[in-house]
Structure formats: structure tokens, C-alpha cells
Design a protein around this ligand. Structure first.
Ligand SMILES: [Fe+2]
Ligand SMILES: [Fe+2]
Length: 302
């Protein structure tokens, strides 16, 4: 049995104001460490509880569906890189970017350079190369193929919208077909919900129909997304089969807000082609914000 954990919308920060002098003094590494320690030792916050609980369940892999940061400033990107390192090794953690990771012009490429080991497909170059198209990527882990798509490219600055391009659609179909031929359980990761009406119109993804056609033609077993900060299970009707599309609350959300408290999905994947079994357990922060409990259990397949 393969255990896959899913978190999203970490939104690390907010960060205190730094003066130009502080930034110019190049004490950024120290600042990153300070921020990290402060988070670790002074606040037992939602994110720490979520990450600790995931660790206790010893998943085989962790999928993160974007919005690691808020404003995508250089300091945030470095802080997030350090957070990734502290949370899981790059071979066991796969990431796709969200709109906040490309918040200002140029941020997307800087973010991908800083987090490259986590978005690097099996066949990608060892060193980050701007000329190389990162998405979609494929990572094979045991019986699972993780296919990472990006909706955070080609969106205007400060926009919360997303875009799933025709090129990505074509290449995703190829990867899905290949992984299907290899008998792998195909997990597609994408930040924006590829479901009509799931996000308000100014935050939605362009290319929802194209994404659905991609899933139909290529075939997939599970789609994971973030962006809405909601715990949702939708179904995409592909050729003769219903494909589960699963979203999750922000991993940093404290209880008592309008959006649901921090949670993560823990999937169990077993069986094989034609007879896959997919179980879902959603673990969420309690209303008191002091512990994590199982909030939902469902068999999605098999
Ligand atoms: Fe978000
Ligand atoms: Fe988002």
C-alpha cells in the first residue's frame, strides 16, 4: 500500500517589515534562520501541527499543490526553500506552484530556481535551466506517477487567476498515456481547481474544459488541487469513469475563520490497473487548534 499525503496553500509568513538597510546588509540567511526558529519554538501553530501529524503517519510521498508564499519576495522564497528542506526530502515531496508563488513579475522563475529539486521531473536536468520547460513533469514513485501541471505561468502580475495552456495539455496527455501503459496510478497535481464554479470568476483557471479533455484523453486516477482553501471532493466525468478531484484547506489556517481550519489529505493506494483501491482520510485541526483528528473518511475508488 502506498500512502500519499496532500497539503496546500501554506502561505508562509506574514513576514515583518525589513528596512532597506537590513536587506542591504545581506543578513538574509540569518533572517531566514531567525524566522524559522521563531516559528518552530514560539508558536505551536497550525502548520507545525499538520506537518508533525503527517510525519507520524509516515507517508511514502507528500504532494504540495501551491501557494507556498504570499508575495513571492526573495526572502519569502528562501524561507520557503528552507521550510521545504525541513519538511521533506525532494525525492519524497512533489510541488506545483500557485498564483501567489508568481505574484510579482519575475517571481515565478525565481521561485522555481529556489525550489527546483521539488518540481524537477525524473527526466529533467540536474541543474535548473530557464530554457527548459518544467511543466508538466512526471515523477515515478513505486506504483504511483505524480504528474505536476502549472497554472501559475502566463498570468498577469497580482492576479489570482490561472491558465492551463494548450502545450501543457498536449504534453500532459502524452505523460498520462505513458504512465497508464506502465500500469501506474496517475496523480495529477494542479493549483487551481479544474472544476467550473469551484473558484470565483476572478480567481478561476482558464482552460477548465481543456483540462477535462486532457484527463479524458490521457486517463488519470486522481486530481489534487488547492487555491480554494476548502475541503472538497468533486468528480470529473471522463470516458466511462468518474475521476475524483480533491481540494484541501490551507495548511496554515487557524480555526475560527471563515475558511475551514488547517487540514491534510492522506490517501491509501493499493491494487493495480483496472482494480485500484483509493481510500481518503482527511485529518484536520480541532476547533481548539491544539490537535489533529480524522475529520472525514471515504473510499474514492475500488
Ligand atoms: Fe492560497
Ligand atoms: Fe491560490
Amino acid at each position: 500500500m502506498f500512502k500519499l499525503a496532500h497539503i496546500s496553500d501554506i502561505h508562509l509568513g506574514p513576514l515583518p517589515q525589513l528596512t532597506f538597510r537590513e536587506l542591504a546588509s545581506k543578513r538574509i540567511t540569518g533572517y531566514v534562520n531567525w524566522h524559522r526558529n521563531r516559528r518552530k519554538h514560539l508558536f505551536a501553530n497550525a502548520l507545525d501541527l499538520i506537518v508533525d501529524d503527517i510525519g507520524r503517519h509516515e507517508p511514502d510521498h507528500l504532494a504540495i499543490t501551491g501557494d507556498l508564499v504570499n508575495l513571492a519576495s526573495g526572502i519569502e522564497l528562501r524561507t520557503a526553500a528552507q521550510w521545504l528542506k525541513d519538511t521533506g526530502g525532494p525525492l519524497d515531496t512533489s510541488l506545483v506552484p500557485g498564483n501567489h508563488d508568481a505574484y510579482v513579475p519575475g517571481a515565478h522563475d525565481k521561485a522555481m530556481a529556489a525550489w527546483y529539486d521539488y518540481v524537477r521531473g525524473d527526466d529533467d536536468p540536474a541543474i535548473f535551466d530557464l530554457k527548459h520547460k518544467l511543466f508538466p513533469y512526471i515523477r515515478r514513485r513505486g506504483p504511483v506517477a505524480l504528474i505536476g501541471c502549472s497554472t501559475s505561468q502566463a498570468t498577469p502580475p497580482f492576479s489570482a487567476g490561472g491558465y492551463f495552456s494548450a502545450r501543457q495539455a498536449r504534453e500532459t496527455v502524452e505523460l498520462l498515456k505513458k504512465a497508464g501503459d506502465e500500469g501506474l496510478f496517475r496523480v495529477v497535481m494542479i493549483h487551481h481547481p479544474p472544476i467550473r464554479g469551484a473558484a470565483p470568476s476572478h480567481k478561476r483557471m482558464m482552460g477548465i474544459r481543456r483540462f477535462a479533455a486532457t484527463m479524458s484523453t490521457g486517463g488519470a486516477e486522481l486530481v489534487l488541487h488547492g487555491h480554494t482553501h476548502l475541503n472538497t471532493i468533486n468528480w470529473l466525468q471522463t470516458h466511462g469513469r468518474a475521476l475524483p478531484v480533491v481540494g484541501i484547506a490551507s495548511a496554515s489556517q487557524a480555526p475560527g475563520a471563515t475558511k475551514p481550519a488547517a487540514a491534510y489529505n492522506l490517501f491509501s493506494i493499493s491494487g493495480g490497473p483496472g482494480k485500484w483501491h483509493l481510500g481518503l482520510e482527511r485529518h484536520a485541526l480541532t476547533p481548539a487548534g491544539t490537535a489533529i483528528t480524522i475529520a472525514h473518511r471515504q473510499v474514492l475508488m475500488g
